[in-house]
Design a protein around this ligand. Structure first.
Ligand code: FAD
Length: 308
């Protein structure tokens, strides 16, 4: 039995493990893929105090730091269900695809999220070669260039406003005939001189020269005609999906978007079960934020334990 068990080994789970282990409590990390989204990232330039690093390098550093402590790391373990303790202070149980089951007095759920993809030709091929998902992360790489933002929800319109201040030109494409973003954001977007908005547009392909993105093709839904936009970057902003499918059957409260609802201490609706990082309702999904939230959740778990 663990005192605290992290489910997920991205920045949030790793930070939680370090904080918990430093309290001298029995700590474990079970993760499908230790490192998380960071493994899929090229350059990282906004992890404060580390001006520039690369994803795989940061993932290795996370693991190295966790291994400085007595932490049981169980990699390649996919959690499939969770049964909370039946009484306060009791043990929670997590079942894994491998058939393994682990018990812990507190849990930190840090299973992260994934970007929703368009699923069109060229998207996967040009990922990190012009196709991007995070304007805060990759916006500066497109300084002065032409980019498209796919999606007219709040995140798409925010991204377009943000990017318009950095890049040369932004084309926002929205599938429906109107944008879903808040009116104030739409108004701001329409006031910008270097932004074009195309409604009723279904992106059909990301084009490239074999090395990098050089355009995008969309179908004008009203006419069925295919049109092409020349550009250097495509930011896909059609949603971030939290990895909470495995909690659907559990009593843990999820938001409308499927994110785990947490309080100021990172505790979920179930006493003794905490959550941190991209999988929660905490806004702005970033590495430095996930690390902070993971640390906070571990301290919350420790606080909970000493009160039992
Ligand atoms: P994740 O990193 O998603 O980690 C989740 C962990 O949970 C993984 O170990 C995963 O394998 C595991 N897991 C998932 N489901 C299960 C399950 N059922 N059972 C067990 N384990 C499970 N942020 C920045 O700050 N700067 C950047 O430059 C930057 N660039 C990015 C570039 C890309 C391409 C992407 C995709 C993201 C980028 N981000 C960046 C965002 C950043 O990676 C995330 O905010 C951060 O990784 C979130 O950390 P996390 O620990 O909450 O989740």
């Amino acid at each position: 039995t663990f005192d605290t068990l992290m489910i997920g080994g991205g920045p949030a789970g790793a930070a939680a493990a370090v904080y918990a282990a430093r309290k001298g409590i029995r700590t474990g990390v079970a993760a499908e893929r230790f490192g998380g989204q960071v493994l899929d990232t090229l350059g990282i330039e906004n992890l404060i105090s580390v001006p520039r690093t690369e994803g795989p390098k940061l993932a290795a550093a996370l693991e190295e730091h966790v291994k400085e402590y007595e932490v049981d790391i169980m990699n390649l373990q996919q959690a499939v269900s969770l049964v909370p303790a039946t009484q306060p202070g009791g043990e929670h149980e997590v079942a894994f695809e491998s058939g393994a089951r682990l018990k812990a007095r507190t849990l930190v759920l840090a299973t992260g999220a994934r970007w929703r993809e368009m699923g069109v030709p060229g998207e996967a091929e040009y990922r990190n070669k012009g196709v991007a998902y995070c304007p805060h992360c990759d916006g500066p790489l497109f300084k002065g260039k032409r980019v498209a933002v796919i999606g007219g929800g709040n995140s798409g319109v925010e991204a377009a406003i943000d990017l318009a201040g950095i890049v040369g030109h932004v084309t926002l494409l929205e599938f429906m005939d109107e944008m879903r973003a808040d009116a104030v954001l739409q108004k701001k977007l329409r006031s910008l001189p270097n932004v074009e908005i195309i409604l009723g547009a279904r992106t059909t392909e990301v084009n490239g020269d074999g090395k990098r993105v050089d355009g995008l093709t969309y179908e004008e839904r009203a006419t069925g005609e295919l049109r092409r936009v020349d550009l250097e970057g495509v930011f896909v902003q059609i949603g971030l999906v939290p990895n909470t499918e495995w909690l659907q059957e559990s009593p843990i409260e999820l938001s409308e978007r499927g994110e785990i609802v947490v309080d100021n201490h990172g505790m979920t609706s179930i006493p003794g079960i905490f959550a941190a990082g991209d999988v929660t309702t905490v806004p702005y999904k970033q590495i430095v934020i996930a690390m902070g939230e993971g640390s906070k959740a571990a301290l919350g778990a420790f606080d909970y334990l000493i009160r039992q």
